[in-house]
Design a protein around this ligand. Sequence first.
Ligand SMILES: NC(=O)c1ccc[n+]([C@@H]2O[C@H](COP(=O)([O-])OP(=O)(O)OC[C@H]3O[C@@H](n4cnc5c(N)ncnc54)[C@H](OP(=O)(O)O)[C@@H]3O)[C@@H](O)[C@H]2O)c1
Length: 249
Amino acid sequence: MTTQKNALVTGANKGIGLETARRLAAMGFKVWLGARDAERGEAVAQALRGEGFDVEWLELDVTSNDSVAAAVKTVAARAPALEVLVNNAGIAPGYVEALGPDGRYERPPSRESVDDMKATYDVNVFGPVRVTQAFLPLLLATPAARVVMVSSYMGSIARASGDSQSPNLMSYGSSKTALNAITVAFARELSPRGIAVNAAAPGYTATDLNGGRGHRTVQQAAEIIVRLATLEAGGPTGGYFDENGPLPW
Ligand SMILES: NC(=O)c1ccc[n+]([C@@H]2O[C@H](COP(=O)([O-])OP(=O)(O)OC[C@H]3O[C@@H](n4cnc5c(N)ncnc54)[C@H](OP(=O)(O)O)[C@@H]3O)[C@@H](O)[C@H]2O)c1
């Protein structure tokens, strides 16, 4: 019988999710690489297998009930439990297009589209709720599972209201604020059942989300995510952290 632990990372085919998957695989987890596109998912699975890691591509569009249900079936058929869930998939529609020549964000809330806002919430807010709920039986099948919500500094109301320098992204920022609240809500229910649920702020990282403009590397970004995904028993739950510690809500 295998004692290998299983981890699922959503949006694992690139960026911070891919690096998080790589790090968890390097720690000995079998990693399920959630990706909504077969070609991108399989390509990244092959690449990581080439690096010697035990990974599987898992078709998973976080906005689709059917896709998430099928993904649960696939994992449940092959794994007795899920020790780690990283809700990483996220989008920021229109963000890159709204950056001016000096890299400043130039789209005020009065010009954000409600359609973009709905699309953002579908992935960044309803996605993690849908995925966490669907995988709950597998998370509860092990004594101390860990759920990490990949949030952002932009989710901090304390920061947004006190720091006029930070970009004013209404849809994206508020989606991460909602995700922070959802983190606390799940933690209140699930912590007594052994599951630690925490939110991570990876920092402004060079990925496709921002057209490569972030000043941090994916290795730096994955640090806090991996730490929260592998917390010892008695570690924090219902919190919001970067690699230096707790953040103001
Ligand atoms: N980069 C930063 O500066 C930064 C800062 C703070 C927080 N974050 C957060 O970090 C997380 C990862 O972002 P990233 O910077 O690595 O961005 P990225 O390189 O654009 O990667 C985003 C990932 O999410 C996936 N995704 C998008 N919609 C999806 C859906 N409906 N179902 C499943 N997967 C979906 C993408 O898949 P496709 O390739 O198919 O599009 C991709 O794998 C996000 O939650 C983001 O908000 C990023």
